[in-house]
Design a binder for this molecule. Structure first.
Ligand SMILES: *Cc1c(COP(=O)(O)O)cnc(C)c1O
Length: 390
């Protein structure tokens, strides 16, 4: 029995069946590569779902995390540390000035935003069809997918879902009883669907008019993934609440809710908390990621993302309907619902990606990837599509 098979059966016996059988059991990662338990090498085009921004084992992150752990690992939020303060200053600056709550995941960052929205004195929320905001009860309440929600109802209430990207529908749903509107700049889990041009700006305008908070979930799009620290800011929009997580710690769990304007002062002592949130090691990981992103990587992400999209489009494959997304968060839209089969075939040939929808391939590689690394994927894709459409 291979090591991989043996570990797979141990996994099946002891882990809760939340994720189905693991497709591979990985033993090691370095840069854009992963190795499974039997020693086979893969190119990682998923990066732990848009998480490992700097790839596996990035020296800056390893040095920051190990150095911080040796110096000061955890102290609780009765106390503070310099790395935490510095990270908050940088996140605040990225969001256009404000205050930061540090958490440990995307769902927790959104949970904080949800609770802040209640502190406005209003209770109604408006969320988007196709949205994904995480799996805790609050984050789930604003997540649209029926099969995620249904088994856990009743969820925290008074959420209205409107069609994503329809400014008229949003305008009709928002009035002075709505605490917040929550929206992703690109719906990642729904198949990498960008908000239409001008939609976020329209959302900003109509929420301001109603005294409603604009809560932008940049858990997937933020921290360099789309070639900007915050994609919404590059569209000229400053949210009242912005949440980030995935790319921030390069795999070290961390999330943040950043509040600007009057929302920055909603929280008072006792209103919310976290034992681990903002611990020095996670903060050091976040600072290391921001250091590297600031060294010219964001321009690379924009350039390589555009190059990749035009290469895929240029293939002229009859099986490809189009490419969407921004930076290095890309969805390759297929004409048939064969994305899961393509993912499986690619995996067997050493490429890791996923299918957020049956007709969409998601490519979200480490941001350190190059054109030369991606070129063999572009070359191989038509063959996989042909075999899966046969
Ligand atoms: C992944 C994701 C979340 C949830 O993050 P977790 O760290 O899994 O809790 C929330 N919002 C968006 C947009 C995401 O992509």
């Amino acid at each position: 029995m291979s090591h991989e098979t043996e570990l797979g059966s141990r996994y099946g016996a002891v882990m809760m069946n939340a994720f189905g059988a693991p497709r591979r059991i990985f033993a090691r990662g370095e840069g854009i590569h992963l190795w499974d338990a039997d020693g086979n090498r893969y190119v990682d085009l998923l990066a732990g779902i848009a998480v490992n921004a700097l790839g596996h084992g990035h020296p800056a992150v390893v040095a920051a995390v190990t150095g911080q752990l040796k110096t000061l690992g955890h102290i609780s939020n009765f106390f503070a540390s310099e790395p935490q303060i510095r990270l908050a200053e940088r996140l605040s600056a990225a969001a256009g000035g404000g205050r930061v709550f540090l958490a440990n995941s995307g769902a927790e960052a959104n949970e904080a935003a949800f609770k802040l929205s209640r502190l406005t004195g209003r209770t109604r929320l408006v969320a988007m069809e196709g949205s994904f905001h995480g799996r805790t009860m609050g984050a789930l309440a604003v997540t649209h997918t029926e099969k995620y929600r249904k088994p856990f109802e009743p969820l925290p209430g008074e959420v209205t879902f409107v069609p994503f990207g329809d400014a008229g529908a949003l305008d009709a749903a928002v009035d002075e009883t709505v605490a917040a509107v929550v929206v992703e700049p690109v719906q990642g889990e729904s198949g990498v669907i960008p908000a239409p041009e001008g939609y976020l700006a329209a959302a900003r305008e109509l929420t301001t008019r109603a005294g409603t908070l604009l809560w932008i979930d940049e858990v997937q799009t933020g921290i360099g993934r789309c070639g900007e620290l915050l994609l919404s800011r590059s569209h000229g929009v400053t949210a009242d609440l912005v949440t980030v997580a995935k790319g921030l710690g390069n795999g070290f769990p961390i999330g943040a809710c950043i509040a600007t304007g009057r929302a920055a002062d909603l929280l008072t002592p006792g209103g919310h908390g976290s034992t681990f949130g903002g611990n020095p090691v996670a903060a050091a990981a976040g600072n290391a990621v921001l250091d590297v992103l600031g060294g010219g990587l964001l321009e690379d992400v924009r350039r390589i993302g555009e190059w990749f999209a035009s290469e895929i489009t240029g293939l002229g494959c009859p099986e490809i309907a189009g490419v969407r997304g921004a930076g290095l968060l890309r969805g390759i839209v297929l004409t048939q619902e064969v994305a899961p089969q393509v993912v499986e075939l690619a995996l067997s040939e050493g490429w890791v990606l996923n299918a957020p929808r049956p007709d969409v391939l998601r490519v979200a590689p480490p941001l350190i990837i190059t054109e030369a690394d991606l070129a063999p994927f572009v070359t191989a894709l038509p063959g996989w599509l042909e075999r899966c459409n046969a």
